[in-house]
Design a binder for this molecule. Structure first.
Ligand code: SF4
Length: 697
């Protein structure tokens, strides 16, 4: 490195600015608005991940080193042949919130625009698809109204299904600093005691899946307490009466809410009173809400309460979905989900289809949504999808029911995987393409508060590794689409993406960054982080919905009636406990990066199954004893961890460990593939299991 390079952390959706310094060290960027110089344990250890010793260095075809030319020609030829024989829907891409927006844009354009199928989905489907669906139902578009300052300006912060202290640590540090300064109250709604709930003013250890009942009950309480802002609702929203009527049915009184949620009437009443009487209230929600067979309804039950009180679009208040991955939001902007077109345009709007078709000059544009992640791998397993390109993700470990996913990959006629390191997924690929990783390529990412930041290159990729956007464009050219994929840099891709966001927009779509469409290469290189929207010819705005205008046909938000329903499958005599999964503080996804840093392994060095003391007695297991977990989908052996933070009848296992990284193998062996019927997001936090001690002879 010749000088300090400003870039962005590749881990979570906080999107912290990072300084890569000439001496090889990494520091937080004091000038970046997301973190103001802070980094968490993972971000601080980034320099230790820059070790090329185990990287993928060359294209490999059927286990043999190949040239880029030969590998790309083969991929293009097999895709062309498959389409000719079986049609465009026989091909699929499965991509990742780790991809930069430019990678995502090219992948989406190739699949939806030129292959002509909607079959591109992303591991963000496992992360925040329910929030996307909830936003579209309530606001008319996938828009996160919140910004990080709201957490600092609030008087009450409600964290639902969010272990912010471990999963978004720098944002949690900002919240804690604000609490010290202004005494912000914090309520945590989470079945487990966590590092976040430890410091909360109120921890509601709710029964898994009961969030709709809790927030429907809150809506009923807001009405009874005359805390509904009737004037705001009359001017800016529709459907309150229907939502309220459904809430009264599903959560008629405190006793009923208590019976569903497992909480005491007193603690529910305390939460309701705090919410009703605190105007500056922010509700942050994350995977505990999204990863559920009722995830979309949970999101809308929360949004209903903010719409009812008019607490949205103003400082220190609003619902706020925080994303798990560094670029989950960027993927949503370019249509990385199978049910979206690019630039927040939609398959169900003929005008949008026509607009994208003309902009791309793509007569074969897909006209219907593609397969969502779980459906996609089922289609591979059933032989309907015959060629698959997996980019920057490891579904052989991260998907639910991984045995089925591995079976699908091992029987699929043609699997391409591009990644930085060998994984349990690359082991099942016909073609492995070495990808440039963090610090080795240029592009942009968008964090949870809609802030676009640059990731910048500051080191050479090892071996022959290349950026994903380049590989995709090369395959597109070799498939005969040279004119539409003629970019020579990520800056050129970004300009096209920004231009499309404003193409015939006229203010009808919320996502618009056309003010950046004319950026020169130098301006792109120097781009300071910026929140969208940034429409051409307008100043743009950091705060959405400030005037109560929503991107629906009539400009009003929608209340959505929500009815509580339990998880898809409940414990029974055979599988009497409920398995929950989640993150550890110092690990990331399937550990391909963090698992190689000894310092990060000192926090939690091996996976455990966490039980309540009551269950430990019932099962006759001591701390550290081996326990076998069985579910209808598989089994795993783990060491027991006994903690009062765990509710009786429930067990928690971290999501990170795999076959590569010792021990139990992926928890996805056990996890159900039940999904939310609207969002398609899998229920990763509620699988019935049986636990039994392993007695060594
Ligand atoms: Fe990276 Fe997230 Fe930690 Fe910030 S909070 S340093 S983005 S992992």
């Amino acid at each position: 490195m010749n000088g300090t390079v400003r870039t962005t952390c590749p881990y979570c959706g906080v999107g912290c600015g990072v300084l890569a310094q000439p001496d090889g060290t990494i520091k937080g960027d004091p000038a970046h608005p997301a973190n103001r110089g802070r980094l968490c344990s993972k971000g601080s250890a980034l320099a230790e991940t820059l070790d090329d010793s185990e990287r993928l260095l060359h294209p490999v075809v059927e286990g043999t080193r190949a040239s880029w030319d030969a590998a790309l020609n083969l991929v293009a030829m097999r895709f062309r042949e498959t389409i000719a024989a079986h049609g465009p829907d026989s091909i699929a891409f499965y991509v990742s919130g780790q991809c930069l927006t430019e990678d995502y844009y090219v992948a989406n354009k190739l699949m939806k625009g030129f292959i002509g199928s909607g079959n591109i989905d992303t591991n963000s489907r496992l992360c925040m698809a329910s929030s996307v669906a909830g936003h579209i139902r309530a606001f008319g578009a996938d828009v996160v109204p919140g910004v990080y300052e709201d957490l600092e300006e609030a008087e009450l912060v409600v964290l639902v299904g969010s272990n912010l202290a471990w999963c978004h640590p720098v944002l949690h540090a900002r919240l804690q600093a604000a609490r010290s300064a202004r005494g912000t109250r914090v309520v945590v709604v989470d079945p487990r005691g966590t590092a976040t709930s430890e410091s909360a003013d109120l921890h509601l250890a709710i029964a898994p899946g009961a969030d709709v009942a809790l927030f429907a009950g809150l809506l009923v309480h807001l009405d009874a307490a005359a805390a509904i802002d009737r004037a705001w609702v009359a001017a800016h929203a529709t459907g309150l009466d229907e939502a309220l009527s459904m809430a009264q049915e599903t959560a008629p009184d405190l006793a009923h809410v208590a019976s569903v949620t497992g909480l005491s009437p007193a603690e529910i009443a305390r939460f309701y009173e705090w919410f009703a009487t605190t105007e500056r209230t922010v509700t942050v929600y994350s995977q505990g809400v999204n990863q559920s067979s009722a995830g979309t309804d949970k999101v809308n039950a929360i949004l209903n309460c903010h719409l009812a009180t008019g607490r949205i679009g103003r400082p220190g208040m609003g619902p706020f979905s925080v994303t798990g991955q560094p670029n989950a939001m960027g993927g949503r902007e370019v249509g990385g989900l199978a049910n979206q077109l690019a630039a927040h345009m939609r398959f169900d709007r003929p005008g949008d289809l026509d607009r994208v078709r003309r902009f791309w000059n793509a007569p074969t544009l897909a006209t219907h949504p593609g397969l969502k992640a779980v459906e996609l791998f089922e289609a591979v397993r059933e032989g309907r999808v015959k060629a698959l390109w997996i980019i920057a993700t490891n579904p052989a470990d991260s998907m639910p029911q991984v045995a089925r996913v591995r079976r699908a990959l091992s029987t699929c006629p043609f699997v391409v995987v591009s990644d930085c390191w060998p994984t349990d997924t690359t082991a099942l690929a016909h073609v492995v393409l070495p990808a440039a990783g963090w610090g080795e390529k240029d592009g942009t990412v968008t964090n949870s508060e809609r802030r676009i930041s640059r990731q910048r290159r500051f080191r050479e990729p090892p071996g022959e590794a290349r950026p994903d956007w380049w590989m995709l464009a090369e395959v597109a050219r070799r498939m005969g689409f040279a004119d539409a994929f003629a970019w020579n840099s990520p800056a050129a891709v970004f300009r096209e993406h920004a231009t499309l966001s404003g193409f015939e927009n006229g203010g009808t779509r919320s996502f618009d960054i056309s003010a950046l469409a004319a950026s020169t290469d130098a301006e792109y290189e120097a781009l300071e982080s910026v929140r969208w929207p940034r429409p051409a010819g307008a100043a743009g705005g950091d705060r959405l919905f400030a005037h109560g205008n929503f991107p629906t046909a009539d400009g009003r938000a929608r209340f959505v009636p929500t009815r509580w329903r339990p998880p898809a499958r409940l414990p029974d005599a055979t599988f009497p406990m409920l398995l929950n999964t989640g993150r550890m503080r110092d690990q990331w996804h399937t550990m391909t990066r963090t698992g190689r840093v000894p310092r990060l392994m000192t926090h939690v060095g091996a996976p455990t199954a966490a039980f309540s003391p009551q269950d430990a007695v019932r099962l006759d297991v001591a701390e550290g004893a081996l326990v076998r977990l069985r579910s209808p989908h598989g089994e795993a052996v783990l060491r027991a961890a006994i903690t009062p933070a765990q509710r009786p009848g429930e067990v928690f296992v971290p999501m990170h460990w795999t076959d590569t990284f010792a021990g139990s193998g992926p928890v996805g062996r056990l996890v159900s593939a039940a999904t939310d019927p609207i969002s398609g997001q899998p229920e990763l936090k509620a699988t019935p299991v049986r636990a039994e001690p392993v007695r060594l002879q």
